[in-house]
Write a protein that binds this ligand. Structure first.
Ligand SMILES: [Zn+2]
Length: 474
């Protein structure tokens, strides 16, 4: 690991990277902004088949940029759905190799009438770049391109080896890249993965996300008689699938917020005391968070704080439930069936398949007689947790501190990025979530924006990250 006497140390917070690099970046900030606006004008919505040609166009745009920068092996890789764009610069034998991941597809734009202007006609106002994809994730792609361009223009080389993987399907489940990762393990040999698809903390506090939750998503189906029965003739005599489902659901989680599936917590890594203290010290405004949700009170597992519950504890929720008569008025039946979507957010070291097996076994155990109950898996994704003292995380923290003048906070996010876990799991590599956007960016919502300041400083933070990682021993 680089010590504090590394060649880059000693730079003042004003000039966290060397003068020539800073001069080059400063001279090209506006050009890079124009480049981002051009990419934002391509409506690469991966979820909508009508936009497939736009996703392809964004891939070609990106490949064109990578070729212009002189990267090697630039490819638009066809997949069953949307293409990947890959490239490499491996001209520093002996130096570490990082895989860089971002995604160039975007979320759909509805409700369109809530946008100030058309989502794909981006504009800059009051220091904000507004447009679909500005924060998630095209802005971070262009930050990476700007960093590359500066390093190659000024030094003629990068300080380490980079493999770029840009996905066009992240907002639509990332299915294609999973198979591609498994099939290309050899070509993807590296020392770590850097993913720029997260953000800072509370306002705009520099942060490194070190944990993401995984997920097990299942459906529970309860069947009684083959058809709805008259509740006068059969009530009290046959089991009612909706009642049965309600009993099953209520047995899965207690009022104390504890999941009651035997073995559910067995693999959960306890939160180290140091990290508990770190979470408690974060400048988190719990009341503002509550107000943002619109609920009367925050609740959760007894013995844990809101931030712990959100990022470091697993949970179980019913996402939807249906069955029986739902029309106006009354209909006296015993429904033939009832259904629920049930998902668990998982934390390190839980395995989504094992959790599904435990859930299924427990539901079978508690299912009342008189009905047939099925539990099936809809999808699963693994959690990730990179230790805060991992040399790559420390290097990333040094880079952010150099550029922002304050050490980043370490956070665990409650959501999932399945591809992040896949990189870690399939390639066996540490994952650094190096996200550089402000959290209130309206990602996935109308009027998505990226602060021009985050965009410009982000490029510098990436330059500095490569310099810090280059110093790490292999
Ligand atoms: Zn994203």
């Amino acid at each position: 690991m680089a010590d504090t006497d590394s060649p880059t140390a000693g730079a003042s917070p004003v000039s966290p990277i060397d003068r020539d690099l800073e001069a080059h970046l400063a001279a090209h900030d506006d050009e890079q902004l124009q480049r981002l606006l051009a990419l934002l004008r391509i409506p690469s919505i991966s979820a909508l088949p009508a936009h497939a040609p736009d996703v392809a166009a964004a891939a070609e745009w990106l490949a064109g940029e990578l070729r212009r920068l002189g990267l090697d092996d630039v490819q638009v890789v066809a997949t069953p759905l949307h293409p990947l764009v890959t490239a490499r610069w491996h001209r520093r034998p002996g130096a570490p190799t990082a895989i860089v991941y971002c995604h160039y597809d975007v979320q759909p734009v509805d409700p369109v009438d809530q946008w100030e202007t058309a989502p794909f006609e981006p504009f800059v106002r009051d220091g904000r770049i507004v447009g679909r994809g500005s924060a998630d994730d095209k802005g971070q792609i262009v930050m990476h391109l700007a960093a590359l361009e500066a390093l190659l223009a000024v030094h003629g080389a990068l300080p380490l080896n980079l493999t770029f993987v840009f996905e066009g399907e992240e907002e639509y489940g990332s299915e294609s890249i999973m198979a591609w990762l498994r099939a290309n393990r050899e070509a993807l040999r590296a020392d770590l993965v850097v993913i720029s698809d997260t953000g800072f903390f509370e306002g705009n506090i520099p942060a490194l996300t070190v944990g993401l939750r995984g997920i097990t998503y299942a459906q529970v189906d309860v069947y009684g008689a083959p058809v709805d029965l008259h509740s006068g003739q059969y009530g009290g005599v046959v089991e009612n699938p909706v009642n049965a489902l309600a009993r099953i659901i209520s047995a899965l989680k207690g009022p104390d917020g504890r999941v009651r599936i035997p073995g559910f917590y067995e693999d959960v890594l306890p939160l180290p005391e140091a990290e508990q203290a770190r979470l408690a010290a974060l400048p988190f405004d719990e009341e503002a968070y509550r107000l943002g949700t619109g609920v009367r009170e925050l609740v959760g597992e007894t013995g844990f704080t809101t931030l712990e519950r959100r990022g470091a504890r697993p949970t179980l929720d019913v996402n939807g439930i249906w069955g029986g008569f739902q029309g106006e008025g009354a209909k006296t039946i015993i429904p033939a069936e009832a259904h629920a979507k049930v998902s668990c957010r998982l934390v390190a070291n839980q395995d989504p398949d094992r959790i599904f097996a435990l859930l299924r076994a427990h539901v079978a155990e508690i299912a009342p007689p008189g009905v047939r109950v099925e539990v099936r898996l809809i999808h699963g994704g693994r959690p990730i947790l990179t230790p805060t003292d991992h040399p790559a995380i420390l290097a990333a923290a040094r880079a952010l501190e150099a550029v922002y003048g304050q050490p980043p906070v370490f956070i665990r996010e409650g959501g999932s990025i399945p591809v992040a876990a896949a990189f870690g799991e399939v390639l066996g590599l540490p994952v650094v979530l190096y996200g550089l956007t402000q959290p209130a960016s309206n990602a996935h919502a109308p009027n998505e924006w990226l602060a021009v300041e985050n965009f410009e400083r982000g490029a510098r933070a990436i330059v500095r990250l490569w310099q810090e990682l280059a110093e790490l021993p292999r």
